[in-house]
Ligand binder design. Structure first.
Ligand code: GH3
Ligand code: MG
Ligand code: MG
Length: 725
């Protein structure tokens, strides 16, 4: 919670408390002012009544079976035609009946639960008018019946003064009802706006408080329909108290324990069920229960107050916002209720603040609860949104992670065993393929210069290749500088149809080579940092895998091939021969091999030097390779000797091929540093015998045939006889 919020709430609280204080002061002043038009009353308790300590109140313990009586004595001045008549005014407490008697005169009977029509819509006390001709000492018998403890303070005053007292009370009560009504409406509006169930509980709390206070003030029984509650008399009031307590506990629970433990919530719910059960027992109207219900209800309400306080203290410990203010207000409400209870027992003066104080504090408490609930729900929503965002973020990260893993796997699979010349092309093509579903791109290309010794350019879509060529040619220098710099760049550009954003991501290629991943997106919305990072990561993976594949291809080549001539080396030609002999033996197919030796090579070395000799060796290898057919294998056997394996060829075909090779070398002119050189080769031919599955014998035969060819004058072919001794 920010400091600004806290300040705002403190100010609100201070304002509410100040408002309460002003109302109390005004109330107290008003109560003491009305005394000018009042005459003092002497009270003498009769049956079932007791005099309070200050002598101005009659305490009735509550007995529904019989009337309590008391004698009122007062002295009336001579009648004044200007002044209004005298009335006896008694505060509106839950009395079953109240009437006065003096000899043959009987006042109208007043009932708390069944108000008479002449008392108005919002009666503010029991008014019993006295006959206008009375004067001097008057002694009246007051009859009252009540099923609950009440204290009566009969006052003798002019009707006008009594009406003023009534009006003042009514004004205060109306303000309280209006406050609760507005809070109820507000909670309904909040519910319809936020669809948050806590506001239904708040509405129930405000509505039950409105019903309770209206009943407590005796106004509810004037309302058609709700007057039915009078059937239960005091028990009806208890039901309202219990209902309100349950609703208030539910709202407090949502305010204090919105994120609290499930267990605590369940206990509060159970307690509310108990309250409702007691309320149901009250509504049963059973005679047998009557004695038990009153203490039971008192106990249940005290328990409710304890639960509320416990929840708030717990909330205070968890630093729930406004918990201190809420706790103070609930304590204030409870003490004001206690004051009202003490008033009913005749222990306190009947003043506006003792009579209505708890109602005012209750309204303020519910108002504060509304604010608290709002902020708590806001907090709860914020947390939920944050959780949601975090979850989405981690989901996105996971999907990117898996896309990266997929790309690595695809690169490894696709690059395995391909022609080394295609490695870069395939890697970059895959990069573009996999990048487009992850990032919205309208066009993408990879350009690389001097990567692994050759220019690479991969474009997608392929049809725009020329366009990319032109684009890159025009910006070659700028792009190269950017690539060398190594930092990605994003800039506005034009793609021929309109404005676009272009992202340029340098590839990690070893200098002097350089490369770039180029992305374009139509419109003016740039690439996010995350997108740039992902594209950079994809490009890094593609380059890494391409580098690795090229390196491993090179390694493979250096293990298999002869470094000077690029033909197979001795080791691989031996393996190749062994395999070829085994296959041919199994398939009963012919197989021949040629041993080729350059004639008088020593003299070439002597004339051209060793470098010239190497050059000629390479050239001879090239000439031989050029004359061979698909499936034939050429290898350097050592020095200036070559071996050719001819699978599927018998003796005659092998001799033909040997002649072709010999002629190819003879025809060729070998040029080195201005010298023209003619070379010839001698060739020995051997063919696999039917029984042979290994090359050893045939190799010996071919070597001997070569020796024979040398002796026969060189630059010729000799075929080894089938059986050689
Ligand atoms: P002929 O085979 O016709 O009997 O005569 P020759 O001169 O070719 O004799 P021989 O085959 O015995 O000589 C092989 C020579 O080839 C020896 C060596 O100087 C040369 N030689 C072997 N390997 C290399 C090489 O890798 N580079 C160069 N420049 N010369 C090599
Ligand atoms: Mg030799
Ligand atoms: Mg030789």
């Amino acid at each position: 919670m920010s400091g600004a919020h806290g300040n705002w709430r403190h100010r609100l609280l201070i304002a509410a408390l100040a408002w309460l204080l002003i109302l109390f002061v005004v109330g107290v002043l008003a109560a003491t002012r009305g005394s000018a038009e009042e005459v003092p009353v002497g009270l003498q308790p009769g049956t079932g009544t007791q005099l309070s300590r200050d002598g101005v109140a009659l305490a009735l313990p509550g007995d529904p079976s019989r009337d309590a009586t008391a004698i009122l004595r007062f002295e009336l001045p001579p009648p004044d035609p200007q002044a209004s008549r005298w009335v006896i005014w008694v505060g509106r407490d839950p009395l079953d009946s109240l009437w006065l008697e003096r000899g043959a005169w009987r006042s109208p009977e007043r009932h708390f639960f069944q108000p008479s029509a002449d008392e108005g819509t919002l009666p503010g006390g029991f008014l019993l008018p006295l006959p206008g001709d009375w004067q001097g000492n008057v002694s009246l018998v007051l009859h009252a019946r009540s099923s609950t403890a009440v204290s009566l303070r009969p006052r003798v005053m002019h009707e006008a003064a009594a009406m003023q007292v009534v009006r003042r009370g009514v004004a205060l009560e109306s303000a309280i009802y209006a406050g609760l009504f507005v809070l109820g409406l507000l909670s309904l509006a909040l519910y319809s706006a936020a669809r948050e169930r806590s506001f239904v509980a708040l509405f129930a709390c405000a509505a039950s408080a409105l019903l309770l206070l209206a009943a407590q003030n005796g106004h509810l029984y004037q309302v058609p329909g709700l007057a039915l509650l009078s059937t239960w008399r005091v028990a009806g009031l208890w039901v309202l108290w219990l209902g309100f307590t349950a609703c208030a506990l539910q709202v407090l629970l949502r305010y204090a324990g919105l994120r609290g433990g499930v267990d605590a919530r369940r206990w509060v719910d159970r307690y509310c069920m108990i309250l409702f059960a007691i309320a149901a027992a009250c509504l049963l109207n059973l005679q047998a229960l009557d004695r038990w219900l009153s203490p039971l209800v008192t106990l249940a309400l005290c328990g409710g107050a304890a639960v509320a306080l416990a929840m708030l203290v717990e909330a205070l410990r968890r630093h729930v916002p406004m918990a201190t203010a809420m706790l103070l207000l609930v304590l204030l409400t409870l003490s004001a209720t206690l004051v009202r209870w003490a008033l009913a027992h005749g222990w306190l003066m009947d003043l506006p603040w003792t009579r209505f104080g708890y109602q005012l504090v209750l309204v303020v408490a519910i108002a504060l609860l509304t604010v608290g609930l709002l902020s708590r729900i806001g907090e709860f929503r914020d947390q939920r949104d944050r959780d949601h965002l975090a979850r989405m973020d981690s989901e996105r990260r996971m999907s990117r992670e898996s896309a990266r893993a997929d790309l690595t796997l695809a690169l490894q699979t696709r690059l395995r065993g391909v022609d080394p010349a295609d490695i870069e092309w395939i890697a970059f093509r895959l990069l573009l393929e996999r990048l487009s579903p992850e990032i919205p791109i309208d066009w993408a290309a990879v350009v690389a210069y001097g990567y692994h010794g050759h220019d690479v350019l991969v474009v997608e879509p392929v049809v725009r290749k020329q366009h990319v060529h032109d684009l890159i040619a025009a910006r070659n220098l700028a792009l190269k500088r950017l690539a060398m710099n190594g930092m990605p760049l994003q800039q506005a550009a034009s793609n021929g149809h309109g404005a676009c954003i272009e992202a340029l991501l340098p590839l990690a290629i070893r200098a002097p080579g350089w490369g770039m991943l180029m992305l374009q997106r139509a419109g003016s919305e740039g690439f996010s940092t995350e997108e740039i990072e992902l594209a950079g990561e994809f490009a890094r993976l593609a380059v890494l895998q391409a580098d690795e594949s090229v390196a491993s291809a090179q390694l493979r080549q250096s293990a298999e091939l002869d470094a000077l001539t690029g033909t197979f080396n001795r080791r691989s030609i031996d393996q190749w021969l062994a395999r070829a002999f085994l296959d041919a033996h199994r398939q009963h197919r012919p197989l021949s091999l040629l041993f080729i030796d350059i004639d008088h090579f020593k003299s070439v070395n002597d004339r051209l030097g060793h470098a010239g000799g190497d050059h000629c060796l390479r050239e001879v290898a090239t000439a031989l390779r050029g004359a061979l057919e698909v499936g034939d294998t050429l290898g350097r056997y050592g020095g200036e000797e070559f071996v050719v394996v001819l699978p599927g060829r018998g003796g005659a075909e092998a001799r033909e091929m040997a002649e072709r090779l010999r002629a190819a070398v003879e025809r060729r002119e070998f040029r080195f540093e201005g010298h023209g050189e003619r070379l010839t080769v001698s060739i020995g031919v051997a063919t696999r015998l039917d029984r042979e599955s290994t090359p050893a014998e045939a190799v010996k035969r071919a070597d001997n045939a070569l020796y024979t060819a040398k002796r026969a004058g060189r630059n010729c072919v000799h075929v080894a006889p089938a059986v050689f001794s």
